[in-house]
Design a protein around this ligand. Structure first.
Ligand SMILES: CC(C)(COP(=O)(O)OP(=O)(O)OC[C@H]1O[C@@H](n2cnc3c(N)ncnc32)[C@H](O)[C@@H]1OP(=O)(O)O)[C@@H](O)C(=O)NCCC(=O)NCCSC(=O)/C=C1/CC=CC=CO1
Length: 259
């Protein structure tokens, strides 16, 4: 499907998704959000895709909800629109493949939360993270109220939501929000190397690691131990497990296929 607000490019096993409304710092449109949801669902179906890289065109990752259309929207329209955003976030979490958010410029409001819904965040040194909801008298949407307290604890999350002060990439790294911070000129290369590494890894194991870690936040130790036991019983039947064991014994690098 052609969608100008979300560019989709398959680069071998890597699906590159680019938020594309640069004149509004990639503020969300319905087309963008629905496109992102559909792309994640397609990535789940397509076995040749092993990793998703999400970035923004122009000078920022995303400035979140489109403030320029906000005053016009009725409560029902907002409710419908956020329903679409919710489907997108769920599709990202249900995708059994790693999603890397590549943040430059600003990740603001729901744009910040979109990055949080990814699995890993690589940011440029100059990037800024700001939960700008309070700035426009709104609460967090797009799952930020779920993801952020789990990363930084409730008190830090409340401060970030209440005050809406921009966080530097370094501070976001120190808080455990961001995985890697690199100078802007190295950002693409760093993200590409990470994506390549994940694309060549044991894909089914990654998918289950993602599921188990997500589930751990609303499970018990007993529940997770049992899940790990069940899933490991499946993992030993995978080609990647057989390959990993053979490679170890033959003292060579494994060649994983994600199967
Ligand atoms: C701090 C900023 C992110 C960046 O500031 P700066 O670098 O100075 O850039 P600007 O000059 O402000 O922006 C450049 C142009 O982009 C337009 N723009 C920026 N953000 C948005 C936006 N969110 N929506 C629409 N347009 C935007 C800006 O007007 C400039 O255009 P012109 O040159 O034509 O004037 C700063 O831009 C900023 O604070 N942006 C707003 C951040 C914000 O409040 N985001 C919304 C938070 S609420 C939210 O995300 C909520 C929802 C609710 C509804 C549905 C779905 C999702 O989320």
């Amino acid at each position: 499907m052609v969608n100008e607000d979300l560019l989709v490019h398959k680069n071998g096993a890597i699906l590159e998704l680019t938020l594309n409304r640069p004149d509004r710092l990639n503020a969300f449109s319905e087309e963008m959000v629905v496109g992102l949801m559909e792309a994640c669902k397609e990535a789940q179906r397509d076995a040749s895709i092993r990793v998703v890289v999400l970035s923004g065109a122009g000078r920022s990752f995303s400035a979140g909800g489109d403030v320029k259309t906000m005053g016009e929207a009725s409560p029902v329209q907002v409710y419908e629109h956020i329903g679409k955003l919710n489907e997108c976030i769920v599709a990202m979490r249900e995708l059994e493949k790693p999603i890397i958010a590549v943040v430059h410029g600003f990740a603001a409001g729901a744009g910040f939360n979109l990055a949080l819904a990814s699995d890993l965040i690589v940011a440029s040194t100059e990037s800024r993270f700001v939960l700008s909801f309070a700035q426009v008298g709104l609460i967090s949407d797009g799952g930020g109220s779920y993801f952020l307290p789990r990363l930084v604890g409730p008190h830090v999350a409340k401060e970030l939501f209440f005050l809406a002060d921009p966080l530097s990439a370094q501070r976001a790294y120190e808080l455990g929000i961001v995985n890697r911070v690199v100078p802007q000129e190295q950002l693409r290369e760093e993200a590409a190397n990470l994506a390549e590494r994940l694309a060549n890894g044991p894909g089914r194991a990654y998918g289950m690691m993602k599921r188990l870690i997500d589930r751990s936040f609303h499970s018990t130790l007993d529940g997770i131990l049992q899940d790990e036991r069940t899933v490991q019983g499946v993992m030993v039947t995978t080609h990647d497990h057989q390959e990993g064991v053979a490679a170890f014994i033959e003292k060579r690098k494994p060649h994983y296929t994600g199967q």
